[in-house]
Write a protein that binds this ligand. Structure first.
Ligand SMILES: N[C@@H](CCC(=O)N[C@@H](CS)C(=O)NCC(=O)O)C(=O)O
Length: 214
C-alpha cells in the first residue's frame, strides 16, 4: 500500500495519474496547501521541502521499513522502477524517457508555475514578468510540439512517466495564455491522454477532494 500526500495541483496529479494507470493500491492524505498544511511538523518529516506530492511506500522492494519520498519526478521514477512499467526497458528508450521527465522538472514545470503566478495570482500585474513567462512557456510548448511530431508519446510509441509529468502542466494552458491550436501535435497528444480511463479517474478524484469553485 502506498500512502499518497496530495493536493489537487499539477505536481499532485502526476502521481495519481501513475497510480491509477498502474492499479497500485493507495490511500490519499489530502494536504491542503491553501491552508498551509504542508508546513505541519509531521508532514515535514516526510517532505522536508514543504511541498506536495510525497509518498510513503509501506512495502518497498528491499523488504525494509516504509520508505518516504518527495519530489514528483523522483516519485514517478521510483514507482516506474518498482512496478517495471511506464519506462522503457532498453537503454536508449529509458534515457529518452528520463530526458523528457527532467525537461519537465527543470523547465516546463518551473516556467509554467511562474507563468501561473504572474499571469493569474500576483496581486500586482507586472508586464515584464508576464511577458517573460508567457514567452518562455510558448517556447517550451514549441519544443514539445516538435518532439511529438510523428510520435504518439514523448518517449516514442508508449505512454510513460515523462508524459505523466508533462500532461498536468498542459491542462491549465489557458492560465498560461497558450492556445493548443498553435501546437497541433501537443493538441493531439493532449486529447489522447485526456481520454485515458486512468486520467479520467485521477481528475475525478481531484474534483472530489477539492471541488471546482463555481
Ligand atoms: N519540484 C517539486 C515541486 C512541488 C511543488 O511546487 N508543489 C506545490 C504544489 S504544485 C506546493 O506544494 N506548494 C506549496 C508551497 O510552496 O508552500 C515537485 O515536483 O514535487
Amino acid at each position: 500500500m502506498i500512502d499518497l500526500y496530495y493536493w489537487t495541483t499539477p505536481n499532485g496529479h502526476k502521481i495519481t495519474l501513475f497510480l491509477e494507470e498502474a492499479g497500485l493500491p493507495y490511500r490519499v492524505h489530502p494536504i491542503n496547501i491553501g491552508k498551509d498544511e504542508q508546513f505541519a511538523p509531521d508532514y515535514l518529516k516526510i517532505s522536508p521541502n514543504n511541498k506536495i506530492p510525497a509518498i510513503v511506500d509501506n512495502a518497498p522492494a528491499d523488504g525494509g521499513e516504509p520508505m518516504a519520498l518527495f519530489e514528483s519526478g523522483a516519485i514517478l521514477l521510483y514507482l516506474a522502477e518498482k512496478t517495471g512499467t511506464f519506462i522503457a526497458k532498453d537503454l536508449r528508450g529509458r534515457e529518452e524517457t528520463l530526458q523528457w521527465l527532467f525537461w519537465q522538472m527543470g523547465g516546463l514545470g518551473p516556467m509554467a508555475g511562474q507563468n501561473h503566478h504572474f499571469n493569474r495570482f500576483a496581486p500586482e500585474k507586472i508586464p515584464y514578468a508576464i511577458d517573460r513567462y508567457v514567452k518562455e512557456t510558448a517556447r517550451l510548448y514549441g519544443v514539445l510540439d516538435k518532439r511529438l511530431a510523428g510520435r504518439a508519446f514523448v518517449a516514442g510509441d508508449d505512454y510513460s512517466i515523462a508524459d505523466m509529468a508533462i500532461y498536468p502542466w498542459i491542462v491549465p494552458y489557458q492560465w498560461q495564455s497558450q492556445d493548443l491550436d498553435d501546437f497541433l501535435n501537443v493538441k493531439r497528444w493532449f486529447e489522447s491522454i485526456k481520454a485515458r480511463p486512468a486520467t479520467v479517474r485521477a481528475y475525478d478524484l481531484a474534483n472530489a477532494i477539492n471541488p471546482p469553485k463555481p
